[in-house]
Design a protein around this ligand. Structure first.
Ligand SMILES: Cc1cc2nc3c(=O)[nH]c(=O)nc-3n(C[C@H](O)[C@H](O)[C@H](O)COP(=O)(O)OP(=O)(O)OC[C@H]3O[C@@H](n4cnc5c(N)ncnc54)[C@H](O)[C@@H]3O)c2cc1C
Length: 370
């Protein structure tokens, strides 16, 4: 049977899209090359913090806010359908300053948030340790955002795929899409080795690898992998997600502590390195000294899909029908997954996304000779 839609890439973006489109009643085929090759979603901290990027344009915050708003109902829906708890918790996010420069930066952030009418409670050195007693005595101040939440990305991935299957989607792993099949100005399907699979629409959601479609689409798609390493610790605290300049720690619903993350432009190299892990642990222990005695539970790394302006590429491709992009979500793909899926659903259903999407136009980096 010819699917209505092929989704290429089974990370959080492709899986959210496959779920949303199959819920719309479309016959969806989700193709993924397979795990263990640098997929960003499995290594992600799953933090849902719309104001995490300091200097982002407001269109990004609007997109991120809307996505966060979609999370609670989506989690309830997925939990009910699949029985999987994807670890959605509104644990709040505490940013702390360890030195004078940090404190000045935190104060600027606080002022910016207030000017946007956003809540955020300023805590002095004493108050911050009342909120998080495990923090180092070096911590001078904190800014608490109670609305920020988090999920467990591996569980979220499982839930999205299971729910998509319930709506009839076929999820195929071990399937590397080698190229797109074009008929004139239309993409008509994909090629996997010698096999061609046709579909009415193809959605390209293959994260850091999305630059591969540049020549077939005649577009500059400057997606670059940015490696992030993380360490999982077994530890009782902290209660909130705690962010410092060099490291953050997020207590996950199933009882472990996520410590992340490096940001390394090292190409398609998904390894976890001695230097990466040692830097994360050193910074985490400086922030929360009690972690010195925690058990190391896991280490990991993923390749974030980075773009030159740090914004995702979501939408149709000019001059070429039957194909859309949903890639380049860099540091916020888990946060942005629900809204990305809604926008792709809007584009396929009515042609009109619910939010202004010009800043995320896949064609903004220019065209390329085919
Ligand atoms: C350490 C770390 C921490 C992070 N923390 C957060 C956070 O707290 N909050 C947040 O919102 N975001 C976070 N991110 C970013 C987030 O993880 C990414 O933005 C998001 O996972 C991107 O999802 P994706 O589906 O586009 O890409 P991926 O998860 O990388 O999925 C892409 C998939 O496409 C497959 N693929 C590639 N090429 C092909 C092909 N030709 N054919 C078939 N399949 C193919 C790959 O195998 C992969 O499975 C973090 C990332 C890292 C690395």
């Amino acid at each position: 049977v010819t699917p209505d839609v092929i989704v290429v890439g089974g990370g959080v973006i492709g899986s959210a899209i496959a779920y949303r489109l199959s819920k719309d009643g479309r016959a969806v085929l989700l193709l993924d090359r397979g795990a263990g090759d640098g997929q960003a979603s499995s290594a992600s901290a799953g933090i849902l913090a719309p104001l995490s990027e300091d200097a982002t344009p407001s269109t990004f915050v609007q997109l991120a806010d809307e996505s966060l708003r979609l999370y609670a109902p989506l989690m309830a829906e997925l939990g009910e359908a699949t029985g999987i708890d994807a670890g959605y918790r509104q644990t709040g996010l505490l940013r702390v300053a360890l030195d004078e420069a940090d404190e000045a930066q935190l104060a600027r952030r606080h002022a910016l948030q207030r000017s946007r009418g956003l809540a955020g409670e300023w805590l002095d050195a004493l108050a911050v340790r009342e909120v998080e007693p495990g923090l180092s005595r070096q911590v001078r101040a904190g800014l608490l955002a109670t609305g920020d939440a988090q999920v467990s990305p591996p569980a979220l991935l499982r839930a999205l795929k299971a729910a998509a299957r319930q709506h009839g989607a076929e999820v195929r792993s071990g399937s590397t899409v080698d190229d797109l099949v074009r008929g004139g100005e239309r993409v008509t399907g994909v090629r996997i080795g010698h096999e061609t699979i046709s579909a009415g629409e193809v959605i390209l959601a293959n994260g850091a690898w999305a630059g591969a479609w540049s020549s077939s689409l005649g577009l500059e798609l400057p997606v670059q992998p940015v490696r992030g390493q993380m360490v999982g610790l077994l530890s009782a605290g902290p209660a909130h997600m705690v962010f410092a300049t060099r490291v953050y720690a997020a207590p996950k619903a199933d009882g472990w502590l996520y410590v992340g993350a490096t940001e390394e432009p090292v190409g398609f190299d998904p390894r976890t390195t001695a230097a990466g892990v040692s830097e994360l642990l050193r910074s985490a222990i400086a922030l929360l000294p009690g972690l010195a005695d925690a058990t190391v539970w896991r280490v990991g790394a993923g390749l974030r899909p980075g773009t030159p302006d740090r914004l995702p590429m979501i939408g149709r491709v000019p001059g070429c029908s039957g194909v859309s992009l949903a890639a380049g979500h860099f540091r916020n793909g888990v946060l942005l997954a629900p809204i990305t899926a809604e926008v792709i659903s809007d584009i396929l259903s009515t042609g009109r996304p619910r939010l202004p999407m010009t800043a995320f136009d896949p064609a903004r980096f220019g065209s390329r000779a085919a």
